[in-house]
Write a new protein. Structure first.
Lengths: 513, 331
C-alpha cells in the first residue's frame, strides 16, 4: 500500500481513501485507496470478487461505503447517488448498458436534461440536434439521430453512453470528468475495439478514464497506470509502461496462499464407472461438437472466458436449455433434453451461480429449503411427517455445518456461505449422483469457502461426479481432477490436475485466452 | 490473522441483525390480538354482541367467507390472485338452485366439480397462455357473471318441495349448524393439504421463488394449476352454501366476495407477494372481517359509515401484520 503515496498526491483529481464495505459474511472492500489523476487512463484489475465493481459503485454512489472518504480536487464530497456523481462529473458505462432501448439516440442522449433546450416552455428540436451532432462527433458516432437505440450495434450504444456522460459533465461545468468503463470491450469486435481506444485517447485530453477489463493485454497497452486489487484490498499499482503481463497475473492471483488451501491432500482418484457422457453436443451460437465424460467421484472443472460456451453447456446438462444436436447419457441412460425436472429426477443437482434468485426460497426456513427435494421420502402413510422433516433438516444442518440460529430461520437472513451450504445440502439429501457447481464460492467468506472445499472433497470420496466452474483459475486447478478448457464454443484442451501434477495458472492461461 | 478476525466481527454484527429480525412477532398473533380488541370494543357497545345467537351469526357468515378466502389464499400464495371468485360464486349459486330439483344430492359434487373446472381454466390461462392471473381471472370473472345471468337473469328460489335437499347445509348436528361443520371440515382439509402433502408444500416453494422451484424440478405448471383449482373449489363451496342458506340463487350474490376474500387473506397476514402465510392466518382474517361487519350493525354504526371503518381496519391490520421491511418494493 505504501506505493500508493509516493508520487505526488496533489496531482490526483479524485481520491478515495480507506474505503471499506462489508456485506453479511463478506468484506467486499477492506480499506481500499484509489486515485484518479487528470488526463489519464487508469486500468483497474483483479479477479472476480476482488472488489473492482463494488469500488466503482461506491464512486458513483450506487453503494454507500461503511468507512472511507472521497475527495474531489482536495475537497471532500459525499456521493449519495449516481445523479450526484454526475454533477461532480463522475459517470459509469455499465457492462450491459443503461440506455432505454425504445428511445432514439438523441432522446437517450439528453434524457431527463432536455430543459436546457427549452425556449418559452418549448423544446427546441433544432438546437438539440445541433448539440447532439457536436457531442456525438467527439465519439465518432455518425448514425441517424432518430434511430432507436435497440437497432444500433453495442459499440454505438456504448459511444452514446460515453457521449452522454461527457455532455452532462459539460452541463455541470466539470472541467475534468471521470468516466468509468466496466468491461467495455467484451461486446466489441476487433475494429470496434481499436476505435474505442482511439476515442479514449482523444477524450483523455480533457477527461480521465477508469478502465475495468479482464483482458490484461488491453490494460497494459492502453492505460497509463494500473491498479491491482485482490480480495477487497489494494495489492499494488504500477506505471503501465513498465508493467509486465505475467507479473500482473501473479499479483492478481497472489501468492500468500497456504499450500493445502483446496484440501489437495484429500483429493481422491475417480472411480472407473462413468456417470455422465456427453457426445457431440452442439448449440448454435454457443458451443459446438462437445465430447467429454465425467466419472464417479471425479471433479471436472470447466474453464473458459465469458462467451466460451461453458455456461450454456452446463445449462444443457442441467436441463435448463436444450441442445440442438448430440446426446447426454447419464448413468447409462439417454437423458431427454430440455427440462430441469428430468435432470433432477435422474440425479443431476445444480448449485447455481445466482444463489439468491435461483438456489433458495429466501423467505422460507432453513428446514423447508433443505427438505424441498425429498418431501416424498419424508412421508408416513401418505402424509409428510413433521418428525422426519425435522430429523432430515437437523441431520444436514449438522453434516454441512450450517450456522443458523434455529432450524426455521429464514434463509434470507443468513450469510452467503451458510446459504450456499443450504443449497448444497438440499441436493445432498436428495442423493444426487452428479452435481454441477456454478461458482460455488462466489460471495462467500474465507472460512465458509474452506468448509465448502471440504464438502466438495467429501462428495468426491462418496462417488459423486462433479462439474465445477470457479471464480478463479487457481480454484479450478486446486479443486479439480481434470480441467477442460473451452474457447469460442469448443473444447480446446484437457489438463490433468492430479494432486502431484497441479499446473500453475500461468501454464494454462495461454490456452484460455 | 487480521482477516479472520474481521470476518468474525462482521458475523457478530450479522447475528445481531438476525436477532433483531427474529424478534418479529408472527403476523398471526397481531390478527388474533386485533380480533380480541375489536370483539371487546363491540361487546362494550352492546352486550348482545357476544351472545350465543350472535356468535353463531358471525361464525356462519365467517364460514362462507372462509371457503372463498382459503381458495383465494392458495392463488395469493403462488404470487397470483383470483378475481373470478365473485363470478364463480354467482354462477354456482344459480346453477345449484336450478339443478337441485332434478339432480337432488348429486348437485353438490356437480357444483364443486364445476368450480374446480373453472379454476383449472384460470390456472391454464396463467400457466399455458401466460396471461397474468390478475387479467386472466378478471376476464373469467366477467364470463362467469354473464353465464350466471344467462342461467337466471333474476334471483330464483328453491321450490319448497325440495327444501329437504338443502339439509346438508341447513341442517344441524349436535346443536351446531352444518354450515359451521362444513367450514371446519374444509378448513381441516386445506390445512392437511397445504401442510402435509408435497403438492401443497410446492405451492409455498413456487410462491417464494418460482425460478428456483423450476430449477429444482418442481412442476410449476401443475402446482399453479392446482392452486387455482383449489380456489375454484373454495368459491363453489361458498356458492352452494350461500344458495342453501338463502333458499335461492342470485346472479349478483358473489360480487362482494372478491374484495372480501382478498381482504381476509391479507388481513390474516398472507403476503400478496406470495410464499408466506397459511390456513390459520386466513381463518382469523375471515373471523376478524366477519366480526367487524356484524359488530358495526350490532352497535348501530351508520350504514354509510361502515365501509370507511372496514377500510380503515384493513389498512391498520395490514400495517400491523405485514413486514414491510422485507419488501422494499410494494407491488
Amino acid at each position: 500500500m505504501s506505493e500508493m503515496h509516493n508520487d505526488q498526491p496533489e496531482a490526483a483529481t479524485l481520491r478515495l481513501r480507506g474505503i471499506t464495505k462489508s456485506y453479511p459474511g463478506v468484506v467486499a472492500l477492506d480499506s481500499v485507496d484509489f486515485a484518479v489523476r487528470a488526463n489519464e487512463i487508469v486500468g483497474l484489475v483483479g479477479e472476480n470478487g476482488a472488489g473492482k465493481s463494488t469500488l466503482m459503485k461506491v464512486l458513483i454512489g450506487l453503494v454507500q461505503p461503511d468507512q472511507g472518504t472521497i475527495a474531489l480536487r482536495g475537497e471532500r464530497i459525499v456521493v449519495k447517488d449516481p445523479a450526484t456523481a454526475i454533477k461532480y462529473g463522475i459517470g459509469m458505462v455499465f457492462q450491459d448498458g443503461t440506455l432505454i432501448p425504445n428511445l432514439s439516440i438523441i432522446d437517450n442522449l439528453f434524457l431527463c436534461h432536455e430543459q436546457v433546450f427549452q425556449r418559452f416552455g418549448i423544446l427546441s428540436r433544432r438546437s438539440m440536434r445541433s448539440e447532439a451532432a457536436r457531442v456525438l462527433a467527439q465519439v465518432k458516432v455518425r448514425d441517424d439521430l432518430d434511430t432507436e437505440v435497440s437497432e444500433v450495434t453495442p459499440a454505438v450504444r456504448q459511444m452514446v453512453e460515453i457521449a452522454r456522460l461527457l455532455w452532462l459533465s459539460e452541463l455541470y461545468r466539470q472541467s475534468n470528468p471521470i468516466l468509468i468503463l466496466d468491461e467495455p470491450t467484451t461486446v466489441l469486435n476487433d475494429a470496434e475495439r481499436d476505435t474505442l481506444f482511439d476515442i479514449l485517447d482523444d477524450i483523455k485530453q480533457h477527461a480521465s478514464v477508469v478502465l475495468i477489463s479482464h483482458r490484461l493485454q488491453e490494460i497494459v497497452e492502453h492505460s497509463d497506470r494500473i491498479v491491482i486489487l485482490k480480495d477487497g484490498r489494494n495489492v499494488t499499482e504500477m506505471q503501465a509502461s513498465s508493467a509486465d503481463l505475467a507479473e500482473i497475473e501473479q499479483l492478481m492471483v497472489g501468492h500468500t496462499l497456504s499450500a493445502n488451501r483446496y484440501h489437495e491432500n484429500e483429493q481422491t482418484s475417480p472411480r472407473e464407472e462413468k456417470v455422465l457422457r456427453v457426445t457431440n453436443l452442439s448449440k448454435h451460437g454457443h458451443f459446438d461438437a462437445i465430447n467429454f465424460e465425467v466419472r464417479k467421484g471425479e471433479i471436472v472443472s470447466l474453464v473458459g472466458l465469458v462467451g466460451s460456451g461453458k455456461e450454456e453447456l452446463c445449462r444443457c446438462i442441467t436441463g435448463l436449455d436444450k441442445a440442438d444436436t448430440g446426446n447426454i447419457h447419464f448413468d447409462g441412460l439417454k437423458l431427454p433434453a430440455g427440462a430441469p425436472s428430468t435432470a433432477v429426477a435422474v440425479g443431476i443437482g445444480h448449485v447455481p451461480i445466482d444463489r439468491r434468485n435461483e438456489g433458495l426460497a429466501l423467505g422460507m426456513g432453513v428446514d423447508e429449503n433443505i427438505n424441498l427435494l425429498v418431501l416424498k421420502r419424508l412421508r408416513v402413510a401418505g402424509f409428510i411427517s413433521v418428525r422426519r422433516e425435522r430429523d432430515n433438516a437437523r441431520r444436514w444442518i449438522d453434516e454441512c455445518k450450517i450456522k443458523t440460529p434455529s432450524m426455521t430461520t429464514m434463509c434470507g437472513t443468513l450469510s452467503g456461505g451458510n446459504q450456499q451450504k443450504i443449497v448444497i445440502s438440499k441436493w445432498l439429501s436428495s442423493q444426487v449422483k452428479m452435481l454441477v457447481l456454478d461458482h460455488p464460492t462466489r460471495g462467500v467468506d474465507v472460512g465458509a469457502k474452506d468448509e465448502i472445499f471440504r464438502l466438495i472433497r467429501q462428495l468426491a470420496r462418496e462417488g459423486i461426479g462433479m462439474i465445477i466452474m470457479c471464480d478463479t483459475l487457481e480454484e479450478d486447478i486446486g479443486l479439480s481432477n481434470r480441467m477442460l478448457i473451452m474457447k469460442d464454443g469448443r473444447l480446446v484442451t484437457e489438463v490433468d490436475c492430479s494432486p502431484d501434477k497441479k499446473p500453475s495458472p500461468r501454464d494454462v492461461i495461454g490456452a484460455i485466452v | 490473522m487480521a482477516e479472520t478476525r474481521e470476518d468474525e466481527a462482521t458475523s457478530t454484527q450479522r447475528t445481531a441483525a438476525v436477532g433483531r429480525q427474529r424478534k418479529q412477532i408472527p403476523a398471526l398473533y397481531f390478527t388474533i390480538a386485533l380480533l380480541v380488541v375489536v370483539g371487546f370494543a363491540f361487546y362494550l357497545g352492546n352486550r348482545n354482541f357476544l351472545s350465543l345467537y350472535n356468535i353463531n351469526t358471525i361464525t356462519s357468515f365467517a364460514a362462507v367467507l372462509l371457503m372463498v378466502s382459503l381458495g383465494q389464499m392458495c392463488t395469493i400464495l403462488i404470487g397470483g390472485i383470483d378475481l373470478s371468485v365473485g363470478g364463480l360464486i354467482s354462477f354456482v349459486s344459480v346453477v345449484f338452485v336450478v339443478t337441485i330439483g332434478r339432480f337432488g344430492q348429486w348437485t353438490y359434487p356437480l357444483c364443486i366439480l364445476l368450480g374446480g373446472f373453472f379454476g383449472y381454466l384460470n390456472g391454464n390461462l396463467l400457466t399455458r397462455i401466460k396471461i397474468p392471473s390478475f387479467i386472466g381471472t378478471l376476464g373469467m370473472g366477467g364470463i362467469l357473471v354473464s353465464l350466471a345471468y344467462l342461467v337466471s337473469a333474476r334471483p330464483v328460489n328453491v321450490p319448497s318441495a325440495t327444501y329437504k335437499n338443502l339439509n346438508l347445509v341447513n341442517g344441524e348436528l349436535f346443536g351446531v349448524g352444518n354450515v359451521l361443520w362444513i367450514g371446519l371440515i374444509v378448513l381441516a382439509l386445506f390445512y392437511v393439504l397445504l401442510r402435509f402433502t408435497a403438492s401443497g408444500r410446492n405451492v409455498f416453494y413456487v410462491g417464494s421463488n418460482i425460478k428456483m422451484s423450476w430449477m429444482s424440478g418442481i412442476d410449476i405448471t401443475k402446482t399453479r394449476n392446482f392452486a387455482f383449482v383449489l380456489s375454484g373449489v373454495g368459491a363453489a363451496i361458498a356458492g352452494v352454501m350461500v344458495s342453501s342458506v338463502r333458499f335461492g340463487g342470485d346472479p349478483s350474490v358473489g360480487e362482494p366476495y372478491i374484495l372480501n376474500s382478498i381482504a381476509a387473506v391479507v388481513v390474516g397476514g398472507t403476503a400478496l407477494t406470495g410464499g408466506t402465510g397459511g390456513v390459520l392466518n386466513t381463518l382469523f382474517g375471515a373471523l376478524l372481517l366477519s366480526a367487524l361487519a356484524n359488530g358495526m350493525n350490532v352497535v348501530g354504526i351508520d350504514i354509510y359509515f361502515q365501509q370507511t371503518i372496514l377500510g380503515l381496519m384493513i389498512i391498520i391490520s395490514v400495517v400491523l401484520t405485514f413486514d414491510r421491511s422485507k419488501t422494499p418494493i410494494i407491488k
